[in-house]
Design a protein around this ligand. Structure first.
Ligand SMILES: NC(=O)c1ccc[n+]([C@@H]2O[C@H](COP(=O)([O-])OP(=O)(O)OC[C@H]3O[C@@H](n4cnc5c(N)ncnc54)[C@H](OP(=O)(O)O)[C@@H]3O)[C@@H](O)[C@H]2O)c1
Length: 272
């Protein structure tokens, strides 16, 4: 990251804001003292203060002390926050990274009334362990995009996409964490029914899921190619797999992702 843009403010330290903060310091590319995190409930900031982060309830102080401003409040809270900080946003100094679902770059710029560079980013909660898939979109300069990428590359993988695809990326990657976790949980429940204690079944299911994902991310393979290797003719795997498909396994996942993407497209405008 450019030396002159190392101070980062995270405004909103709930589920994802705190995961970003944790991931950034565990990457060792950022120091806790260079990250200013805020939320309104000061008591809940205490664990972060102990870890060396700058913390507080005053967003204006956080913005004035930072160059990169990550906005991590809910869509309902966004307008209030932008109204509050717009007076101290400096076009020449600040870059705004919004991870808020549904709010477009145009809507954010209109709300602040200044041409501050705005990037939209869609990470997921695996950012806390540096395993996020973060999609990024911006109409700002390559330099601004590089700064955003350098933050999110330190805590997982990034992909630059068109802004129109940020809603779909929310469904596939941010909501996707819950979808895959539910799949692992379901597998572990199957494991319990066939004889394993719950902790063992969960570990076995999670490690198997991790192995399957790694065959794709590290082996650069395709799911069907790997499935073909497991499905012996008239064998055990194909019987189970086909039974799942008869019950709508792939269809349920596809329909869930489409439903979440549709909701992501409306979430900001419906909250105003
Ligand atoms: N969770 C995910 O996996 C995920 C992934 C990608 C993107 N997102 C997006 O990230 C945003 C936050 O999601 P979340 O799940 O982290 O929600 P959350 O847990 O409710 O976090 C929102 C945080 O913002 C704080 N906040 C609200 N108003 C504030 C203000 N004026 N100044 C400073 N802090 C303020 C709240 O704390 P106080 O009440 O103490 O102020 C709360 O901790 C949403 O827009 C969501 O769509 C979430």
């Amino acid at each position: 990251m450019d030396k002159s843009t190392k101070k980062v403010a995270i405004l909103g330290t709930g589920n994802i804001g705190s995961a970003i903060a944790e991931g950034m310091i565990s990457s060792k590319q950022f120091k806790a003292e260079d990250i200013f995190i805020t939320r309104r409930n000061a008591g809940l900031l205490a664990p972060f203060t102990k870890k060396g982060f700058k913390t507080g309830t005053d967003n204006l102080v956080a913005v004035k002390n930072s160059e990169v401003i990550i906005i991590a409040v809910t869509p309902q809270q966004l307008d209030g926050l932008l109204n509050e900080i717009k007076k101290v946003l400096d076009v020449k100094k600040h870059i705004l990274i919004s991870i808020v679902s549904g709010a477009s770059i145009k809507e954010i710029k209109e709300r602040i009334g200044k041409n501050v560079p705005v990037v939209r980013a869609m990470p997921n909660t695996a950012i806390a362990i540096k395993e996020s898939m973060t999609c990024i979109a911006s109409d700002a300069s390559v330099n601004v995009l590089d700064i955003a990428k350098s933050i999110f590359n330190s805590v997982g993988q990034t992909m630059v996409i068109d802004e129109a695809l940020i809603g779909p990326a929310t469904a596939l990657c941010a909501c996707g964490i819950a979808f895959f976790l539910r799949a692992i949980r379901a597998a572990s429940q199957g494991g319990i029914e066939i004889g394993f204690h719950s902790e063992d079944a969960l570990l076995m299911a999670a490690q198997t899921a991790k192995g399957a994902a790694s065959l794709l991310t590290k082996g650069l393979s395709h799911p069907e190619k790997e499935i073909d290797k497991v499905t012996t003719p008239m064998g055990i795997t194909i019987s189970g797999l086909n039974q799942m498909e008869h019950n709508g396994f792939s269809s349920a996942m596809i329909k869930g992702i489409v439903t979440s993407a549709e909701k992501a497209a409306k979430i900001y405008s419906s909250k105003k």
